[in-house]
Design a protein around this ligand. Sequence first.
Ligand code: PLP
Ligand code: TYF
Length: 401
Amino acid sequence: MFENVQPAPPDPILGLTEAFKADTNPDKINLGVGVYKDANGTTPVLESVKAAEKTLLETEKTKAYLPIDGSPAYSDAIKALLFPASSPVVAEGRAVTLHAPSGTGALRVAGEYLASNHPESRIWMSTPTWPNHAPIFTAAGVAQEAYPYYDAQGQKLDIDAMLAALDGVKAGDVVLLHGCCHNPSGVDPTPEQWVAIADKLAEKKAVALLDFAYQGFGSGIDEDSVGLHTLAEKLPELIVCTSYSKNFSLYNERIGALTFVAPSADAAKAVLSQVKTVIRRMYSNPPAHGAGIVTTILNDASLRARWEVELAAMRERIQSMRSKLATGLDQRSVQLSATGNGFLTTQRGMFSFSGLNKDHVQKLRAEYAIYIVGSGRINVAGITDNNVDRLCDAIAAVTKN
Ligand code: PLP
Ligand code: TYF
């Protein structure tokens, strides 16, 4: 049976890391996969995480299975990270949160739930979006539609085209939105645009699915929740897929959550029971360690304060690298767009749609050992004080020829 299997193509983003590792150029630069790196180019374990792990090691009494939906303490802590205590969705018991193995896992469970319980629903995704979205929902068996999002000429959200396309949404369709730090464009709706989007979804009786993988990487934990809070205020139903890979730097622990907001507490409980049947047949119950870390940090005032400082440091380093890249390109008289390089500093989060084309990307890799995703998406967190000049020189060279 296995003799005739053909090799599958590598993942367009994760595959780059393998090519990067195999490259022997000592000056190679990896701006591919979305993993935070510090000023030394490493992805450290946060101090708050180490401290929480120490506590866990000392206090953990069992490795018995968690409940299907994870520990209630984790669900409560995540709900509090997403919604203020005064929020009606919490006060009225309309939100249920489940522990999911990573953001990817949360998306897949959401897809399986939709396919099993709402087979008529289609999911609408932005153009462009994270390349894993379509395969996840295809595998789950959810039909898909696209809406325009990014205006490549103006480096901005094409809100008019987006809202016009969303006129095609049917009642019960699901619209996938990036909570903040849109991957790959780095362009988010303004607070006013979030209101317009929420109003459109309410008019269409659509359900929003918020993929929230970068809370705290844009402007701050609360500031980055403006989209979530606007949708929760205006829509009776919401699905939120969260990931703690980035903001807790817990990539390999695979820790995330899935939250459903329903029109009533009873409806929320019924949805929870259905999602549990989905989980039971997929992986039965979640892995404990990542959730233990996140719960310990969020529930301890001093650890939480330490984490918030570490999160701010990651965010601010990325912002400072955005400025250094823009300045370095300005100094070399390189303009990545008709309006200059200012867009690099206004895009938010880890990623920047640089405007570099496939040819530039290919030359950067072949001639300078600089690895960028084919779409021109740069992981700004891969830039350091030590490599920014080499990067700017290389971009100048490939864009001028
Ligand atoms: N959603 C988006 C938009 C992402 O960029 C990522 C990537 O890390 C994820 C979801 C999934 O993250 P993870 O599976 O590591 O939690
Ligand atoms: O977009 C990124 O780089 C991150 C990491 O299949 C990632 O979201 C990339 C591809 C993938 C899983 C995670």
